[in-house]
Design a protein around this ligand. Structure first.
Ligand SMILES: Nc1ncnc2c1ncn2[C@@H]1O[C@H](COP(=O)(O)OP(=O)(O)OP(=O)(O)O)[C@@H](O)[C@H]1O
Length: 844
């Protein structure tokens, strides 16, 4: 690059800004465009499909440049952020018309992946920016959701697993760390790709943000919080007024599940495809507001472990599900509850629209009714005296017209009578318009030209238009001054019209400016109430979730689970909530789960497809729902309060660290064996199947013995190793369960019923037949199996490689077609065409 001072002054200024913000793409405002230069221009032109041009900048060669129109900039910025870039927006900060020399420009905000306020983002989804403070033997994480202002802090182990869990679980888009942050962990985060890393060294907490620390005295939290707030200050270029006080999260105060378990159980996202489709969250979500949906997600991720807290929620669900009149009425009012959390952010950023304010007023109108309906609920007395911000309501109610424009810029936001000066300006421009109409009539009369009209355009202002054919009627004494010539008309102005034009245009300009000012004032008044609005938002969201749980229970006939202090489990006629609701033609078969006080392991055997995994998931979901405070799909449920759930279900590779299925399986099993307690629930689905039969069986048995002797956690262990059922027969604390199947002439029907005792055989070959494997393969498999079974009985069996004939797929298809039809119900015509089809297939 040529020496800096050879460039034009503007380009020198640009380079200065680039130097100060080397890791951001600079959007430099020039007129109606944001322009990018040099490497930024090359990157953006590739990423955004923009034409790369050049600009003379004082040096010989043109500098690379590309640009986007300012009104469409948001879309482009969002696309860059999606790809992990940061964008620094450089705006003109003085009116170009008044500027002497170079227009003054400044970075007004740096948009980054963790701080973007995407107006169109899915309102139920959240993503965080996190700061990490490494205190040698652990990491303090402070998380912030910018659009809702939520803040939380957590202390975690200094390990890849713990860090991955926090980052993935919270959908963290960006992290802020000190320059000296641990290299190994930094590399792991870099590999995650979806996360942008930013460095910041300054971690002193500013006075203005002390209140957000919420009385937390832990210095580690102060460090991490300081890093984050200083980063936000530096990028957002404003004081963060919408953030909520930091909430300290202690995982051990909730039912703990690792990230894999949350994924396996599809708690908040389904395994197939991303998003919310058919997760427990989407299934349970009957909330009327986005805030409610988000809070429900949090409840699902963090179920409770204190029986008293669970009971508090249960009592509220019972209150609402018993009285469907109240529930229905509540629904009608919850419908008007607007996203107060997101509104808070928009108010703080000054980007709230008149419609936002109107929705806030609606919410404040309905809030007292909601609390009134809820006041009969015995377990939430604190809501009876909540401040519903009526003073704010009275302050802003009636200020805004019923159907305000999208933005303040368009004017017409406030009702008449709101502000005297505004009324006056409106009258002037209104009167001005009728004066123009009068003038038009007068001029038609005076000139005798019926088609004469008065018009307006932005370039020439007001004008009198006369068609070419009528020009003779315009006498010099009328004082018409020519302004513009068109193909078939002339446009004029008169002294009188010019004067009126000044008054009208001035009034209009002032009117818009005044409305913008008044609106900013209004937002500032709301800003004062933000902390109170957050409390209100929290309470409304809680009632919405409780309503949602009651609705779910009412719709599906769920029961209130009972908790006790022992270890016994007794779920009678439990169902899988999601599968049950998805089954349209078949009926879901309910199953009991009974485990006595001392019992540790239930070994579940039965054929593939028999329903073993479903049964295990069903019980885990029931436990989670119960500890959220929800009612559950069962006839009755008696449960202990679990402290942790561990699962090893389904085959999932750890793509992140490139470990094989078997390795992941062993790591997850190890995690469970290391951390489970007698209050935990363990679900192991076919552990050991990823290695040779004897290895797998040996590992499985050793694990069962270990859990039974040392951990005493309640464990559901499904397996195809029938030999393991011996353990159930010989030990008091281990029991066998099996799924029932009906077998007739090699055909199996699944009954999905869990019965006591072990399965008599595995039915693998029968299930393979259902999958339509070639008959000849099935026959050979049966022959081999019989041979091996004989060997097990002490016989000698040496399987030989056998060459079997390849099955003709066409003949198989023809045979299938014949099996499908019932000749007795066919007409002769149908039989003929069927025969014809067969013949055609054969000769194809
Ligand atoms: N209780 C039930 N009532 C009705 N249908 C069920 C029930 N349980 C399972 N199913 C059906 O059976 C299918 C297979 O169940 P599942 O995956 O639990 O079997 P599995 O025994 O774990 O099989 P594998 O050993 O091959 O993993 C489910 O997708 C579901 O459609």
């Amino acid at each position: 690059m040529a020496e800096k001072n050879k460039f034009t002054p503007m380009m020198q200024h640009y380079l200065q800004i680039k130097q100060e913000n080397p890791d951001a793409i600079i959007f430099y405002r020039l007129g109606d465009f944001y322009e990018m230069f040099f490497e930024d221009a090359k990157t953006a032109s590739l990423e955004l499909d923009l034409v790369l041009t050049g600009r003379s900048a004082g040096v010989e060669e043109k500098v690379p440049m590309c640009g986007v129109p300012h009104h469409a900039a948001n879309v482009y910025i969002q696309r860059l952020i999606q790809k992990g870039y940061k964008v620094a927006i450089v705006e003109q900060v003085e009116d170009p018309a008044l500027a002497k020399g170079l227009v003054q420009r400044e970075v007004i905000r740096i948009v980054t992946p963790g701080t973007i306020m995407d107006e169109n983002a899915d309102e139920k989804n959240t993503n965080y920016i996190a700061s990490l403070y490494d205190y040698q033997y652990g990491i303090c994480v402070v998380l912030c959701e910018m659009t809702t202002g939520e803040m939380k802090a957590q202390l975690i182990d200094k390990s890849v697993i713990a860090l991955q869990k926090v980052l993935l679980q919270n959908n963290v888009r960006e992290i802020v760390v000190e320059h000296s942050f641990d290299k190994r962990l930094r590399k792991m985060i870099e590999e995650l790709e979806t996360i942008t890393i930013s460095a910041m060294n300054h971690d002193t907490v500013k006075e203005t943000y002390q209140r957000l620390l919420n009385g937390i005295s832990d210095q580690r939290v102060h460090h991490a919080f300081g890093l984050l707030m200083n980063y936000l200050d530096e990028t957002q270029k404003r004081t963060m007024t919408h953030l909520q006080p930091v909430e300290m999260i202690y995982e051990q105060e909730f039912l703990q599940m690792d990230y894999a378990t949350k994924q396996n159980l599809e708690l908040t996202a389904s395994l197939r495809g991303s998003g919310k489709q058919m997760s427990l969250w989407s299934f349970m979500d009957h909330c009327m507001s986005a805030m409610g949906s988000r809070l429900l997600k949090k409840w699902i991720e963090y179920p409770l472990i204190q029986a008293a807290e669970i009971k508090k929620r249960q009592d509220a669900v019972a209150y609402l599900s018993d009285d469907f009149m109240i529930r229905d009425e509540l629904k009608e009012h919850l419908r008007y509850v607007y996203d107060l959390e997101r509104l808070g952010a928009r108010v703080a950023y000054g980007s709230a629209s008149p419609r936002d304010v109107l929705r806030l007023i609606r919410t404040l109108e309905h809030a007292p009714v909601i609390f009134d309906l809820f006041k009969g609920c015995p377990s939430y007395p604190e809501y009876r005296t909540i401040d519903t911000c009526m003073t704010l309501h009275d302050l802003i109610d009636g200020a805004i017209v019923e159907e305000p424009p999208l933005t303040v810029k368009d004017g017409g936001v406030f009702v008449d009578g709101y502000n005297e000066r505004l009324d006056e300006l409106r009258r002037i421009s209104r009167d001005g318009k009728s004066w123009i109409l009068e003038l038009e009539a007068r001029e038609r009369e005076r000139t005798g030209v019926k088609s004469l009209k008065i018009g307006y355009n932005r370039v020439f202002g007001y004008y009198i238009e006369v068609r070419k054919g009528n020009l003779e009627a315009i006498k010099p004494e009328f004082g018409y001054v020519r302004k513009q010539t068109l193909a078939n008309a002339e446009r004029f102005i008169t002294e009188e019209l010019k004067e009126q034009e000044d008054t009208i245009l001035h009034a209009q300009e002032e009117k818009l400016r005044l409305e913008a000012e008044l609106f900013t004032d209004l937002l500032n008044q709301i800003k004062v109430y933000l902390p109170k609005l957050h409390d209100l938002a929290n309470a409304l969201a809680t009632i919405d979730v409780l309503y949602s749980l009651a609705q779910l229970a009412g719709e599906n006939g769920y029961v209130r689970p009972q908790f006790h202090e022992g270890h016994r489990i007794e779920i009678i006629e439990g169902r899988h909530p999601i599968l049950e609701s998805m089954m349209k033609t078949k009926r879901y078969v309910s199953n009991d789960l009974k485990m006595e006080e001392e019992q540790t392991v239930s070994i579940i055997t039965g054929p593939n497809m028999g329903g073993k995994s479903t049964f295990m998931r069903q019980n885990a979901l029931l436990v989670i729902m119960a500890q959220i405070g929800s009612f559950v799909p069962a006839r009755s449920a008696l449960l202990p309060v679990f402290d942790q759930i561990f699962t090893r279900i389904g085959a999932s590779d750890d793509i992140l660290s490139g470990k094989s299925t078997f390795m992941v399986e062993m790591m997850e099993a190890n995690h469970a064996l290391q951390h489970a307690t007698e209050h935990s629930l363990i679900l192991f689905d076919e552990i050991g199947r990823g290695t040779s039969t004897y290895d797998g069986m040996a590992l499985a048995q050793a694990m069962i013995e270990y859990i039974d002797a040392n951990i005493h956690a309640k464990t559901l262990f499904s397996t195809h190793y029938h030999e393991l059922t011996q353990l159930g027969e010989e030990n008091e604390t281990i029991r066998n369960l099996h799924v029932e199947v009906h077998e007739e002439k090699d055909e199996v029907t699944f009954l999905y019923r869990m019965l006591d005792g072990k399965a008599d055989k595995s039915y693998g070959i029968n299930v393979a037949r259902l999958a339509k494997l070639p008959e000849i393969v099935l026959q050979r498999a049966r022959q081999l199996l019989e041979g091996w079974e004989l060997q097990g009985d002490g016989g000698i069996y040496q399987p030989q490689m056998m060459v079997v004939e390849k099955e003709d797929p066409q003949m198989r298809e023809i045979a299938d077609m014949i099996d499908m039809v019932d000749i007795n119900t066919m007409t002769p015509m149908e039989a003929m065409s069927f025969l014809y089809e067969l013949k055609k297939k054969r000769s194809a």
